[in-house]
Write a protein that binds this ligand. Structure first.
Ligand SMILES: *Cc1c(COP(=O)(O)O)cnc(C)c1O
Length: 369
């Protein structure tokens, strides 16, 4: 079996976890949490980091911290994980969708301005699969229309846009440390920012909005989204290896690309463009019409050869739950739809070997013959 993902835990993970157990510091009060926050924020070029329980919680805290509320609209891609829309809806605001770009698979930056109304408050950008969104035009729109930028860099840890770290562009930016991300804490996430007031809001929202003077008197709704010392211990050990992980992920992605990119029945995300080099969070492919099958069929056939895959995201405008809420009625985003039905990703975890890649590619080629 070649699984779709296996994390690598080969640095100081055991050592730091032992320190948690030996010292008894296992809750969020332990010393690894603030250490991880400081070092991670510094790594992505931010002043502050607030560690939370997962990437979905990070998005929720971010939407709340910038004070989104009922009536506010937030522009976001249809082709992304549901966490993004959930976060916007959870604070009472309304997601407004744009389609994906057929080459980058990221949100179509040229389609954003048409969606801006008097109620638009923010743009939520999501860097998809290892290539960044073209940020300059987004930042320009944000300036022009006085919008906040929320950046979801969960799939972009260590990725650079024009030489600058992803996660450093948003007024507030979010990360996930789920085991398939570039570094993992098992479950975990972080919100990063430069604004001290936003930093204080996020810390408070993560911790039930307890107050310093009267702990159990609350002025605002918060959650318990605190990261534990155990998670942060893992995160710290993983962060030390991030540069190696980036090299490894790029090797895997580039090797797949080398072996498959000329295939006449397949399409791929760009390997590089004028503003970035793909870090291959995952290696995805899209089946062309000529393949004569959809992603479901390809996944089924690969699984018969014991090769794990994952389908691409299912577009937000096609989600039954949002249809029931009356959202995105009658909207159509053809690129997102085609990515969803004809895209899947191949095993892309850090423990993958070159031989694994050759095996996977061999089966893909054979199935397409
Ligand atoms: C993984 C991911 C998330 C969610 O993170 P969790 O830690 O699984 O909650 C959010 N956004 C993107 C783009 C992701 O890839």
């Amino acid at each position: 079996m070649i699984p779709v993902n296996t994390p690598l835990l080969c640095g100081n993970e055991k050592k730091y976890l032992s320190e948690c157990i030996d010292s008894g510091w296992i809750s969020s009060e332990g010393p690894f949490v603030s250490k991880f926050e400081k070092l991670f924020a510094a790594r992505v070029g931010r002043e502050f980091g607030v560690a939370v329980t997962n990437g979905t919680a990070a998005l929720q805290v971010a939407c709340d911290a910038i004070n989104l509320q009922a009536g506010d609209e937030v522009i976001m891609p249809s082709f992304t994980i549901v966490s993004c829309a959930n976060a916007i809806i959870s604070v009472g605001a309304t997601p407004v969708l744009v389609d994906a770009h057929p080459k980058s698979w990221n949100m179509d930056v040229g389609a954003i301005e048409d969606k801006i109304t008097a109620n638009t408050r923010a743009i939520l950008v999501v860097h998809i699969y290892g290539m960044p969104v073209d940020m300059d035009p987004i930042l320009e729109l944000a300036r022009k229309y006085n919008l906040k930028v929320i950046e979801d860099a969960a799939e972009a840890i260590g990725l650079q846009y024009k030489g600058r770290e992803c996660g450093s562009f948003g007024d507030i930016s979010c990360f996930s440390f789920y085991p398939n991300k570039h570094i993992t804490t098992g479950e975990g996430g972080m919100v990063v920012m430069n604004d001290p007031a936003l930093y204080e809001s996020c810390k408070s929202l993560r911790n039930l909005c307890f107050q310093e003077k009267q702990r159990f008197v609350h002025e605002r709704m918060g959650w318990n989204f605190r990261m534990t010392n155990i998670q942060a211990a893992l995160g710290l050990a993983q962060l030390e290896q991030l540069d190696n992980f980036l090299v490894k992920k790029r090797e895997i992605g580039n090797f797949y690309y080398e072996l498959l990119s000329n295939h006449p029945k397949l399409e791929f995300q760009e390997k590089c463009c004028s503003y970035a080099d793909n870090i291959y969070w995952v290696f995805g492919l899209v089946l062309k019409e000529s393949a004569g099958m959809d992603a479901k069929e390809m996944a089924k056939r690969l699984s018969m050869h014991k090769i794990g895959t994952r389908p691409f995201f299912w577009p937000m405008h096609k989600q039954p739950i949002f249809a029931r809420m009356g959202l995105f009625e009658g909207e159509s985003y053809p690129v997102s739809e085609r990515l969803a039905t004809h895209g899947l990703y191949l095993p892309s975890g850090l423990a993958l070997t070159k031989d694994d890649v050759r095996t996977v590619v061999g089966h893909v080629q054979e199935i397409l013959q």
